[in-house]
Design a binder for this molecule. Structure first.
Ligand SMILES: Nc1ncnc2c1ncn2[C@@H]1O[C@H](COP(=O)(O)OP(=O)(O)O)[C@@H](O)[C@H]1O
Ligand SMILES: [Mg+2]
Length: 252
C-alpha cells in the first residue's frame, strides 16, 4: 500500500525527517509514537503532499505509483486521506459543502454519514468555526467517511476528545479501516484479517486510542528518525516505563 524509502524532509531551514523507511501493507494499521517536535505531523503532511515540506531525498510509493512529486489533489484521488492535528477554520464554507466536496460520489448521504458521528447539527455551520476539540475531530472524520480513502492518515485523532466521544471516534476509525466490531461476525479473525484492504497510519500522543483500535505495528519517531518497530501495545508500555529515548536502544 505504502512504501517510503530513505525520506529526508526540510521544513524551512530545519531538517525534520532524516532517512525514514516505512512499509505499510494492505490491511495493516500502524501507529506512530514520539515526543513533541519529533516530526510526526511533518511525516503525515509530507505523505499527503503539503507544500512547505520539501523532500530533499527519497521516495514515496503509494499503490505501486511513485507519488513523491504529485499534488495533494492527485494523491487524494488515488485514495490517500488525512485528518489534521489542528484543522483550519474556513469561513464562508459550510461543513455540509466541504463534506460533499470530499466525496467522489455525486450523491452523498450527508445526513446518514453525519448521524454516525452525531454531527447532524453542525452541517450548516462554517467549517470548524468555533468547534470544540472533540467537534474538530468529528468534523475531520466526517470528511474522511465521505472520501473513504484506502490509506487513512490520522494525526492525534483523540486529542481534546472527552471520554464519551472517544468511543464514538474509535468506532468510526474502525469503520474507516474496515475494522468495525460486528462486521463479518460469522467469519474467523484470520479470515477477516485476510479480507481487509484498507490501511492506516495513526499518530497518538497518549496511546489512549489503542484501547479502541486494533493496531498491528508500532513505531517511535525521535528527532526525525524512525525506530523501534514492534507490537504497538508493547511499544507503548516500553515508552511509559522508560521514555522515548530508551526506545531507540530497545529492540521490541
Ligand atoms: N512551518 C514550519 N516552520 C519551521 N519549523 C517547523 C514548521 N513546521 C514544523 N516545524 C518544526 O519541525 C519540527 C517537527 O514538528 P512536527 O512535525 O509538528 O512534530 P510533532 O508532530 O512530532 O510534534 C518541530 O521542531 C517544529 O517546530
Ligand atoms: Mg504533531
Amino acid at each position: 500500500m505504502l512504501k517510503v524509502e530513505n525520506l529526508w524532509v526540510n521544513v524551512g531551514d530545519k531538517e525534520v525527517l532524516k532517512g525514514i523507511n516505512l512499509e505499510i501493507k494492505p490491511g495493516e494499521v500502524h501507529v506512530l509514537f514520539g515526543p513533541n517536535g519529533s516530526g510526526k505531523t511533518s511525516l503525515l503532511m509530507t505523505l499527503m503532499g503539503f507544500s512547505g515540506y520539501q523532500v530533499t531525498e527519497g521516495t514515496i510509493v503509494f499503490k505501486g505509483k511513485d507519488i513523491t512529486n504529485l499534488g495533494i489533489n492527485e494523491r487524494a484521488r488515488l485514495g490517500l486521506g488525512m485528518s489534521f492535528q489542528r484543522p483550519p477554520t474556513i469561513k464562508g464554507l459550510k461543513t455540509r459543502q466541504m463534506v460533499a466536496l470530499c466525496s467522489p460520489a455525486k450523491e452523498v448521504p450527508l445526513v446518514e454519514l453525519a448521524a454516525r458521528l452525531k454531527f447532524q447539527d453542525f452541517l450548516e455551520r462554517d467549517l470548524n468555526a468555533g468547534f470544540s476539540g472533540g467537534e474538530l475531530k468529528r468534523s475531520e472524520l466526517l470528511q474522511l467517511l465521505a472520501q473513504n480513502p484506502d490509506l487513512v492518515l490520522l494525526d492525534e485523532p483523540e486529542s481534546g476528545v472527552d471520554l464519551e466521544s472517544i468511543v464514538l471516534i474509535g468506532n468510526v476509525i474502525n469503520e474507516l479501516l474496515e475494522r468495525e466490531p460486528g462486521r463479518n461476525k460469522e467469519k474467523s479473525t484470520r479470515e477477516r484479517r485476510n479480507k481487509r484492504a484498507k490501511a492506516g497510519l495513526l499518530i497518538t500522543h497518549t496511546g489512549y486510542i489503542l484501547n479502541y483500535i486494533d493496531a498491528d505495528v508500532g513505531h517511535v519517531l525521535f528527532d526525525g528518525v524512525l525506530s523501534c518497530q514492534g507490537n504497538p501495545r508493547e511499544t507503548l508500555k516500553c515508552i511509559q516505563k522508560m521514555g522515548y529515548e530508551e526506545c531507540l536502544r530497545c529492540v521490541v
